[in-house]
Design a protein around this ligand. Structure first.
Ligand SMILES: [Zn+2]
Length: 310
């Protein structure tokens, strides 16, 4: 009987561990150090000078310059000439992705594409849509990941893409896929980051489903409450979000490329001029950006075991 009780206790303990998803939702106030570089990137990209970073505008040019400078500073080489991949917008203007490649040591020809869109809505009726959360935060987290991988070089190649014209229909991501990466490279995975700075919960969606290894590993390592979800109705805005189609990863999904999307839920400043940098939850965001690096390592592990021949 005693042995049975011990067995039951062990089972309960194991169950508690595997349902960390729920536990961590209740204990989300962690003492973390603020990543000031991360906060600075968000502030610069959502400064009024950038004028809402609408594709084809002067503000977009300035945002691009900042991202390119950051890649240069990290010594991550350009993938296209001067890091820029231009493409046509439907209105006759030009969109430009910023693309940098960090070569992998064991699978240099397989590419994990990390995407975060840098464009936003620009100015309307004399008001600037700053787009701090959407998506200066995703770009900043991507740059923080880039720094982490410079310090600990990846085994699979990593293509960092700050996409343009996501707000116009994922046009930058589509341009990357349709105009093609170099012939010797094969895109094996997309890791897409969008709206991470206001999130009290990290919503993620993976092409392999929530029961799959990758999702379970994310639940196990995430220090921020993590929820795998496709549909979400926001309590504040009432808006129904379909996370599958919500951002650039949808362009990859349609090409049958595995993806993992990480983002936050809607908030009352979503797609409004009031999405400003002062509202970013700096501690929370610093913690999420750490998880973003750890999740990348899980993705890389999966890609390595899938494609390594021995
Ligand atoms: Zn977005």
């Amino acid at each position: 009987m005693k042995q049975q009780l011990i067995l039951i206790a062990v089972i309960l303990l194991l169950t508690a561990c595997t349902t960390k998803q729920n536990i961590s939702c209740l204990t989300e106030h962690l003492p973390v150090v603020i990543n000031h570089e991360l906060a600075r990137d968000v502030e610069l990209l959502s400064a009024p000078l950038m004028a809402g970073r609408k594709a084809g505008t002067e503000g977009s040019v300035l945002a691009r310059k900042h991202i390119i400078e950051r890649f240069k500073h990290l010594s991550i080489p350009a993938y296209f000439s001067n890091y820029e991949q231009p493409f046509d917008l439907p209105n006759g203007e030009r969109g430009v992705n910023v693309v940098a490649l960090l070569k992998g040591s064991t699978l240099p020809n397989k590419i994990i594409v990390v995407t975060a869109h840098y464009d936003h809505l620009g100015e309307r009726a004399g008001r600037i849509y700053l787009g701090a959360d959407d998506n200066a935060t995703g770009v900043a987290a991507m740059l923080a990941l880039a720094r982490a991988l410079v310090d600990n070089p990846p085994r699979t190649s990593v293509l960092f893409v700050a996409t343009d014209a996501e707000e116009k229909g994922l046009l930058g991501a589509k341009a990357l896929l349709n105009q093609g990466v170099n012939i010797e490279h094969e895109i094996v995975f997309n890791y897409n980051l969008d709206m991470l700075g206001r999130a009290k919960r990290m919503y993620f969606l993976s092409s392999t489903g929530k029961q799959a290894d990758l999702s379970q590993q994310i639940f196990a390592i995430a220090t921020i409450c993590s929820v795998h979800r496709r549909f979400h109705r926001d309590k504040v805005t009432g808006r129904q979000v379909d996370y599958l189609r919500a951002s650039d990863h949808w362009a990859f999904a349609k090409k049958d490329i595995d993806f993992l999307f990480v983002g936050g839920a809607d908030h009352r400043d979503y797609h409004l001029p009031s999405d400003s940098p002062d509202k970013i939850l700096k501690q929370q965001f610093s913690q999420i950006s750490r998880n973003i690096v750890e999740i990348f390592l899980l993705i890389e592990q999966q890609v390595q075991s899938q494609y390594s021949t021995g």
